[in-house]
Ligand binder design. Structure first.
Ligand SMILES: Cc1ncc(COP(=O)(O)O)c(C=O)c1O
Length: 342
């Protein structure tokens, strides 16, 4: 039985062309900064994001956490939406590795307004409170269902961050999806932030890798910290080549993933036992609520019929489209969903 895997966009397998680029990659010792392919990936990504410098890191988590460490000091605080990856899914690393606290605020569909953030900023005189140092947002927002951060709100948050002398970090694991949908360039989105983390291993289909970007001094510090946290890598041009291939060839495929997610959302909207807001399906992630059906049973029945979907808890199920999913797979997924929901 063919399995259609819609749990995440991280399940993609490197294409033959990507593997060929990896095979042919020129390599060197990246701890000495002598890997030409890594150097090329870093300068290309820095250019795309409009930043002075960039650094290749193994994972999105490491990228985010290195940035937060540099932008804070112990006992200080990062304000973000309650659904943020740094709060929900990074294993408490901000506390464990940087001695900082996350202050999660309840945004709407993953979007936090300047009013919400202003109310969460600690007063300068409150010596008994943590010091607010960073505001963080996620674009697109994973847990909120691939929501795109409105550029106007980003600008307003950037003003606030400046007013209070804070730093602004972007978790852009899926920034490429936002760009594909809005036609706003990566550097236009990034220019409001002190640090940006982007992933190559989500919708772009590389097997591994993230890149962080910022000013030169910031990235020089990140280079030291990556080594200190055990992320110094050697001949990793073979994986950087996959990332470069992904950036150069797969960005243009993202919009098709979004259309597939929208099609599935519209289809699911036709079922009485499903609650889905089609307007909130802006990119490749689709979260829907099941009514009068147990989510674990639903996920199991889909699996028995060859469709993998992801649990989000509280009766919410997640579907994520990606480049390994064809139009035929969507047709097949619809027929399985229909069988299980009826
Ligand atoms: C928004 C967001 N940020 C960061 C990450 C972390 O990426 P990684 O799994 O490479 O650590 C993810 C992973 O799913 C994510 O969705």
């Amino acid at each position: 039985m063919k399995i259609i895997d819609l749990r995440s966009d991280t399940v993609t397998k490197p294409s033959i062309e990507m593997r060929k680029a990896m095979y042919e990659a020129e390599v060197g010792d990246d701890v000495y900064k002598e890997d030409p392919t890594v150097n090329r990936l870093e300068s290309y990504t820095a250019e795309l994001l409009g930043k002075e410098k960039a650094l290749f890191v193994p994972t999105g988590l490491m990228g985010n956490q290195i940035c937060l460490n540099i932008l804070t000091h112990r006992n200080s605080e990062v304000i973000c939406d309650i659904g943020s990856h740094i709060f929900q899914y990074e294993s408490g690393t901000a506390a464990a590795s940087s001695g900082i606290q996350i202050y999660p605020v309840q945004g709407k569909n993953g979007i936090i307004t300047p009013e919400l953030v202003r109310a969460a900023i600690r007063p300068e005189s409150a010596y008994y409170m943590p010091r607010t140092k960073v505001v963080e947002i996620e674009n697109t927002h994973n847990r909120a269902g691939g929501i795109i951060q409105p550029i106007g709100n980003i600008q307003a948050l950037a003003h606030l961050v400046e007013e209070y002398g804070l730093a602004f970090h972007l978790d852009g694991a899926r920034l490429w999806n936002a760009c594909a949908e809005t036609n706003i360039s990566p550097d236009e989105y990034s220019k409001y932030f002190d640090s940006v983390s982007v992933c190559l291993s989500k919708g772009l289909g590389a097997p591994i890798g993230s890149v962080i970007a910022g000013e030169k001094g910031f990235i020089d510090e990140a280079f030291r910290l990556r080594k200190a946290w055990g992320g110094g890598m050697r001949q990793v041009g073979i994986i950087a080549a996959a990332g470069l291939y992904a950036l150069e060839n797969n960005m243009s495929k993202l919009k098709a993933d979004h259309q597939k997610a929208k099609l599935l959302a519209e289809f699911l909207n036709g079922f009485e036992n499903v609650n889905v807001n089609v307007d909130l399906v802006q990119t490749n992630i689709l979260a829907f609520e099941l009514k009068n059906i147990n989510d674990a049973d639903f996920i199991q029945k889909c699996k028995e019929n060859g469709l993998l979907v992801g649990p989000m808890g509280n009766g919410i199920v997640r579907i994520v489209t990606h480049m390994d999913i064809s139009d035929d797979d969507i047709t097949q997924a619809k027929s399985i969903l229909s069988k299980v929901l009826n």
